[in-house]
Design a binder for this molecule. Structure first.
Ligand code: MSP
Length: 583
């Protein structure tokens, strides 16, 4: 019996991405079976739709966001990237589950609440709501919004702790070191830098890695025997070198080198006298569990770890297929997290996809840097999908990128309005009829008999490219590369626009126009179908405008002549564009 929480489904199913021919329609009722509660929270409704079947859902996660400050564009990027991976899997027919949420414990959050003189739980409720609101506004298709203050998460963290203890990986000891509240981590002496401040006459100490201030801490803590995990980790990395446990490889290499260099045991609790805003160590209230152990466990909490028996958990949606993380938190996800899981005898995630950072004026966008872009403001000006497009079109998996609101608008105009929306508007012009063009085609209307060979060759090339679009996009998505995927789609759009200029349907005699309108309509339909995981709103609007029925928008319909039932009323006078022009 297989068990997992409610996840998003489509009515098509494919074995794997590269095998799109294998997509088959299946009944949506067939897969909905018995519900077993596995810790879904209010965002996802208890007892509402866990399903049971033979293949686990594709499980994608974002990092959970600190609630010490409001969200910015960098946070939105993590969400959009993960959302696109999830929507893509759904598109090719896999049940998928997207987890996002907030990281609410720790000194950093406690101090932020103290600063504004609010009770810490109330402060968390309010800021968590900002992230939830961002996810909703940006059309992030999350299946659960987890909070580390959720009861089922607390139970999962305590269970993980107890398991690690029982397996002999936790011991108590004295700990001295430099702690950064901002990074919520200790740094060794070799990774700190002392700077004398002339004005105050005080020497301040900083992390060389993040530039964040650190403070000396000397205390009794519990430790995790991370040093014992060096060999198992290296063995694991070796076994997953070729299938990218960490992507891109440059990031994987840094992790491997770091583990090869040796690992020290990790402090995984702090005295409750220093901070209480966290989950107490089971059986020892004088200690609070380290925020990163707490936070990382969210990925298994959402799969029911604290609620299900170990046999049931084995059949849950864990392990995650993709953890999306920023490059500043790779050590936690690629060393500590697999080490905890290996020690607890739990399966390891399939991939950690690491992205670089959005910069503003050359430095990392962050609240503490005072250089943040408010995602709501940009979305209000440009529209949600235009921001999604800009973020995805830049390959910041490879390196940092400067965020520029002007450029969001330029890209919107050049790519979305001119190349995409205009093509749909021209095709849906009231001077033409898609419906008639389809019916002529079905009746075997002579195809472009008045056209020259050169034109017909161009047309065949365009149709061939459109027919291989899903497979070409799939290759990029298999390599975690939505930027490459969008480039493929825009190559087809560029050619489709050239086709229209070449064909000049507005100068064509009405009796000869149908073959051209048919090809134009097919380009709009195919491109819009493939765009759904990336730009769900714009593509949805285009498919609605073309009157493509809801059950004919899945991957197998993204082929020339795969759907001959659309177009009704598509050419009625309608001044709405897929991407509205901005004044
Ligand atoms: N709470 C931890 C994550 C715990 S996951 C078990 C955390 N939170 S965070 O709010 O500081 O960052 C969340 C995510 O946003 C991280 O992936 C981080 O890399 C990302 N970003 C924060 N600033 C960013 C940019 N300027 N650009 C791109 N992403 C950035 O770390």
């Amino acid at each position: 019996m297989l068990v997992w929480p409610h996840c998003s489904r489509r009515v098509v199913h494919s074995v794997r991405t590269g095998d799109l021919a294998a997509i088959v329609t299946r009944s949506s009722t067939r897969e909905r079976r018995r519900f077993i509660s596995s810790g879904t929270n209010d965002a996802n409704n208890e007892n509402n739709g866990a399903i049971e079947k033979n293949e686990k859902p594709f499980y994608v996660t974002t990092p959970i966001f600190y609630v010490n400050a409001a969200p910015h564009i960098g946070h939105l990027y993590s969400m959009v990237l993960a959302d696109t991976f999830k929507r893509w899997q759904q598109f090719i027919g896999k049940d998928s589950f997207l987890l996002t949420g907030t990281d609410e414990h720790g000194m950093k959050v406690q101090q932020a609440a103290d600063k504004v003189e609010k009770p810490v739980k109330q402060f968390c409720d309010e800021t968590s709501q900002l992230f939830k609101h961002l996810a909703t506004t940006a059309n992030i298709s999350s299946d659960r919004f987890i909070r580390t203050t959720d009861e089922d998460h607390r139970e999962a963290v305590q269970k993980l702790w107890t398991t690690l203890l029982e397996k002999g990986y936790i011991y108590k000891g004295k700990h001295e070191g430099w702690y950064s509240v901002s990074d919520e981590t200790f740094y060794p002496e070799s990774q700190i830098n002392r700077v004398f401040d002339q004005a105050s006459g005080v020497t301040k100490v900083y992390s060389t890695e993040t530039g964040k201030e650190v403070e000396w801490a000397s205390e009794e803590n519990y430790f995790f025997a991370l040093s014992r995990m060096r060999e198992p980790l290296l063995e694991f990395y070796k076994s997953r070198l070729s299938d990218s446990f960490v992507f891109p490889y440059s990031q994987f290499k840094v992790i491997i080198d770091s583990v090869e260099g040796g690992l020290s045991d990790l402090s995984i609790s702090r005295p409750s006298s220093r901070f209480t805003w966290g989950i107490p160590v089971p059986g020892d209230d004088s200690q609070t569990i380290y925020v990163w152990l707490d936070a990382l466990a969210n990925y298994i909490s959402a799969a029911g770890y604290g609620q299900l028996s170990s046999n049931e958990f084995k059949k849950s949606m864990w392990p995650a297929d993709i953890h999306v993380v920023g490059k500043d938190i790779t050590r936690f996800h690629c060393i500590y997290w697999p080490a905890f899981l290996l020690a607890a005898d739990l399966p390891l995630p399939k991939h950690v996809v690491v992205h670089s950072h959005w910069l503003m004026n050359g430095t990392k966008m962050s609240k503490s840097g005072g250089n943040i872009v408010d995602p709501h403001a940009v979305m209000a000006i440009a529209g949600v999908d235009s921001v999604r497009y800009y973020l995805l079109r830049h390959n910041i998996l490879e390196g940092d990128g400067d965020f520029d609101t002007e450029k969001v608008l330029e890209r919107r105009q050049a790519d979305l309005v001119f190349k995409y929306s205009n093509l749909v508007s021209r095709t849906c012009s009231k001077s033409f009829s898609i419906e008639l063009a389809l019916s002529h085609t079905l009746k075997g209307y002579p195809v472009s008999h008045t056209r020259q060979d050169k034109f017909l060759a161009f047309q065949s090339g365009l149709i061939a490219e459109a027919n291989s679009l899903v497979d070409n996009v799939a290759k990029h998505m298999d390599n975690f590369n939505p930027t490459g995927a969008l480039r493929e789609i825009w190559d087809v759009l560029k050619k489709a626009n050239q086709y229209v200029d070449y064909a000049t349907p507005w100068n064509t005699a009405p009796g000869n126009i149908s073959p051209t309108i048919f090809v134009m309509a097919e380009m709009c339909r195919i491109v819009s179908i493939v765009l759904q995981p990336f730009l769900p709103t714009y593509s949805g609007k285009a498919l609605d405008k073309l009157s493509v029925s809801a059950d004919r928008r899945s991957a197998e319909y993204a082929k020339f002549e795969a759907d001959m039932t659309y177009g009704k009323d598509a050419n009625l006078p309608n001044r709405h564009h897929v991407v509205e022009r901005l004044n």
